[in-house]
Design a protein around this ligand. Sequence first.
Ligand code: CA
Length: 227
Amino acid sequence: MGSRNKILVIEDEENISRMVSALLESNGYQVFQAKKCSEALMMSASYVPDLIVLDLGLPDADGLHFLKELRKDTVTPVIILSARSTEKDKVDALDAGANDYITKPFGAAEFLARVRSALRSVRGHLPGRKFELNGLSIDYDSRCVFVRNVQVHLTQTEYNIVVFLAQNTGKVLTYTQIIKEVWGYPDEGSIKKLQVNMANIRRKFGEKPGKSSYIVNELGVGYRMNG
Ligand code: CA
């Protein structure tokens, strides 16, 4: 069982920490637990986890402090697990380098799906000539996009958005992150412009509202390519 994914759970509330750890262990993951930011920094350096589950309200420092320290030298995926549920909390954490954000209380199935997705996202970073996932394929050489083997004709901007999301599969990208990547600079109409482009992409992909889809709209926060 040496190839089990290692997950560091950083959470000071005993019952939540125990519940999350038991859930992960029963699904085959190897779990380490930290209750404080200082302890978590040491553990992430010595155990080199494949994924980190991070609470924001820690006794010695804010979870965002841990995240910023971690991001100085690692891209280990981080899922925030927090009671803070405003759009600003989510955007701040994602902009600081979190991959995903789950608010408490949460469902076990949803949590495990996000864990799998975040673990896969690491592999999604590998550069290749082709992207393939659940019937969506992108050929980077010819810049062609196919949905279930049917070519989808995207504008240059739409293509750039799709590629950026695909290269970050499983990760929630904030409006700001996407706008910076695609247009290089934010301006007053940027979010509206992004939403219009995104609506066109989803329509061209044949996405129906409320149905499971390639691109998930995280309301008021950003978008995520489903992994
Ligand atoms: Ca806490």
